[in-house]
Design a protein around this ligand. Structure first.
Ligand code: NAD
Length: 362
């Protein structure tokens, strides 16, 4: 199959859809790969590295679209990219169509086959192509939280780990799913005193099993969270209610229960945030303060670690690319219901029920 990847053009996006390692696998299996010049430059992956792996490097995105059947990207296509899509193209990338009717209409008009990373499923009901970004965001949440506890960052002047004779920071994590577990792992590694809250008994049991009792697990309720807040130095919001806005677990009035200079990191900000006072921020200006509490609410946390994020993402996308390349897109979709769950638009029609419902309501 002819496979291509382009340089991402969305502002401040440095990830890339295929790594040289992925290209080497594909070319070894007899496929041809075209890569736009500079596609990996933002994370130090030079054109020559792609060429050494067997790719043909071309000067423009147009040349990639011209010479590919399967286009592997990271972010949703921008208008100039949608304009280059043809009926014989398969687009494989994050789409997030539910929030973007204009893009949906563009993809329908192209007649291309559009498969979204975020709706591909796995046998356990998870979303395996979203998980790596939750892993990155969860781990980063603890790191940024620790940084903003320090005085030069506006915090209380607390060292996360403490030192012998001085207690470490108390960290509360709301939600013990993918991002929450990864946040906890790093917090524990930094020797923080960690407590996790979840409404799922199964997840609370998983916390206990994963950390051997080193992390306290508490059933999440308004009261249990409020009781914890006066001790908290850092609260990390990692909750998700699938398909719904994040529940507001810390209200503005609760902030006065917290220590001045304590930090809130709202990983769930992309679903509206789980703290009432959260509003989306960017890496340029990641924090703001409300009632003496520092809020970190960056909606695209993995964007700060594009090198790690590229490798984490492509590790889970490449097997699907390989299957589509080996068997053809149609056969791969027919053989794998989890890949088929990723199909959002095909031949001018919306094929995903959730996107369909939102478009009908729009
Ligand atoms: N900001 C970013 O850059 C970024 C990056 C990746 C993911 N995210 C977002 O982070 C959020 C979490 O993602 P995830 O992959 O960890 O989700 P997940 O589904 O793996 O985990 C969510 C957890 O929240 C729990 N939960 C639901 N309601 C709760 C409540 N009231 N109290 C306590 N726990 C509750 C669920 O039981 C579940 O265990 C999502 O909104 C995701 O989109 C943000």
């Amino acid at each position: 199959m002819r496979i291509g990847t382009v340089k991402e053009i969305k502002t401040l996006e440095f990830r890339v859809g295929l790594t040289p390692e992925g290209v080497r696998e594909l070319t070894a299996q007899g496929h041809s790969v075209v890569v736009e010049s500079g596609a990996g430059a933002g994370i130090g992956l030079a054109d020559s590295t792609y060429e050494d792996a067997g790719a043909r490097v071309v000067a423009s995105a147009a040349a990639v679209f011209e010479n590919s059947e399967l286009i592997v990207k990271v972010k949703e296509p921008q208008a100039s990219e949608i304009a280059m899509l043809r009926p014989d193209h398969t687009l494989f990338t994050y789409l997030h169509l539910a929030a973007d009717p204009e893009q949906t209409r563009g993809l329908m008009k192209s007649d291309a086959t559009c498969i979204a990373y975020e709706t591909i499923t796995d046998a356990r009901g998870g979303l395996p192509l979203l998980a790596p970004m939750s892993q990155v965001a969860g781990r980063m949440a603890t790191l940024v939280g620790a940084q903003f506890l320090l005085k030069p960052s506006g915090g209380r002047g607390l060292l996360m780990s403490g030192v012998p004779g001085v207690a470490p920071a108390k960290v509360g994590i709301l939600g013990a799913g993918v991002s929450g577990m990864h946040a906890a792992e790093i917090a524990l590694g930094m020797r923080a005193d960690v407590t996790m809250f979840d409404i799922s008994a199964e997840r609370l049991a998983a916390v206990d099993a994963a950390f051997g009792g080193a992390v306290t697990s508490i059933h999440s309720s308004q009261k249990s969270i409020q009781d914890f807040l006066p001790q908290a130095d850092l609260m990390i919001g990692c909750v998700l209610v699938a398909g719904a806005a994040a529940p507001k677990l810390i209200r503005r009035g609760d902030l006065k229960r917290m220590k001045p200079g304590a930090v809130l990191v709202d990983v769930a900000i992309d679903q509206g945030g789980c703290f009432e006072t959260s509003k989306p921020t960017t890496h340029d200006k990641p924090t703001f303060t409300v009632d003496n509490i520092i809020h970190y609410c960056v909606a695209n946390m993995p964007g700060a670690a594009p090198l790690t994020s590229t490798y984490a993402l492509t590790a889970v996308t490449l097997p699907f690319v390989q299957r589509m390349a080996a068997h053809g897109v149609e056969a791969a979709l027919a053989a794998d219901p989890h890949l088929a769950a990723g199909l959002n638009v095909k031949a001018g029609r919306i094929t995903h029920p959730a996107v369909q419902a939102i478009m009908e309501a729009a």
